[in-house]
Design a protein around this ligand. Structure first.
Ligand code: SAM
Length: 309
């Protein structure tokens, strides 16, 4: 599904490396991304993964996990706003929100901008990610002390397995790529546990990789969501400069009813964002033709891919 591999050129350059750069090769795609470095700020092998933090010349601070780009200071707003706000504005009254993963705390920060949210619980498997992000991405962690927020450090699938039925209005899955500890976050068992943990009308939203590179994963997500009982599943598309292909998705699945465009009144009092607007919300759900055809070829109802227009 995702065979990204990485070579870190910050070490003595090997043949074919660019001295003084961090490079991630999108293996199998004949492409990749490189950042010119000013230096390395951290390199920690945790129980779960290798966590590295770099200072780059033009993208600010860079976090990688097992050599894969996760977050940069410069463009993380695209991802965090588009994972969080479409789901929270599509729900009429999200009071209880669960975040699985999200160790950099950027998604948590965006959730807390919704004044109607009463409780947000974040369950990140690797505490070291959050502790390093508190040091090197303080701007993303600035709201971690909000009394509505609770941070836990354990496997997200264990948390949702234990969650009482009907605990949450929205579940956000801000996991890494479907490799290593995050692979379980794309399994049917996890989707079924999230379905049970949601209230009627609840929304599950997760990052679902690149539409250009990972179409098979996206059809898997739609098939799995429907298989465990979600009435509707829709994918939204947005730019994400530093991820494979530079084009990313989030997929939303809704329990017991279809996803509908939020009424204009839902956006009253909306804080100023860097990317997300009501217009971006609607446009993001307009599915590319090849994606609709892929769903049809997989025997899936593309009606959900018709977008919220
Ligand atoms: N924005 C990034 C992306 O889309 O690739 C990911 C953000 S965040 C860094 C991803 C987090 O998911 C990591 O901190 C990782 O430790 C966490 N994670 C991976 N598997 C997990 C699991 N099973 N339960 C909870 N957190 C998990």
């Amino acid at each position: 599904m995702d065979n990204r591999s990485a070579t870190v050129a910050a070490a003595p350059p090997l043949a074919g490396q660019i001295p003084g750069w961090f490079s991630e090769e999108w293996a199998g795609e004949g492409s990749g991304i490189s950042f010119r470095l000013r230096g390395k700020l951290a390199d920690v092998q945790s129980e779960f993964q290798r966590i590295e933090v770099f200072e780059t010349e033009r993208f600010g601070t860079l976090l990688t996990l097992d050599g894969l780009v996760m977050v940069t200071s410069r463009d993380n707003f695209l991802y965090h706003e588009m994972l969080v706000h479409p789901a929270l504005y599509a729900h009429p009254a999200p009071r209880d929100v669960l975040i699985i993963g999200g160790g950099d705390c950027g998604s948590l920060q965006q959730v807390l901008r919704h004044r109607e949210v009463e409780r947000v619980t974040q369950v990140e498997i690797d505490e070291q990610v959050t502790r390093l992000c508190e040091r090197f991405f303080p701007e993303l962690c600035a709201d971690n002390g909000d009394p509505r927020a609770t941070l836990h450090f354990e496997d997200g699938i264990d948390w949702v397995r234990r969650a009482p039925p009907g605990s949450y209005d929205v579940i956000l899955v801000d996991g890494s790529d479907p490799l290593g500890p995050a692979a379980v976050l794309f399994a049917e068992e996890f989707y079924a546990a999230c379905f049970a943990a949601l209230r009627p009308g609840g929304i599950l939203a997760g990052q679902t990789e690149s539409p250009l590179f990972h179409l098979d994963l996206l059809t898997h997500v739609h098939r799995t969501a429907k298989a465990v009982g979600f009435v509707d599943c829709q994918t939204l598309f947005f730019p994400q400069c530093v991820y494979p292909s530079g084009w990313w998705t989030a997929s939303l699945a809704r329990k017991s009813e279809t996803l509908q465009p939020p009424p204009a009144t839902r956006f009253q009092g909306m804080p100023a964002m860097q990317y997300y607007t009501p217009q971006v919300h609607q446009a993001a759900f307009a599915a590319p033709a090849f994606f609709v055809r892929a769903l049809q070829a997989a025997g899936l109802d593309p009606a959900g891919a018709a977008g919220q227009g």
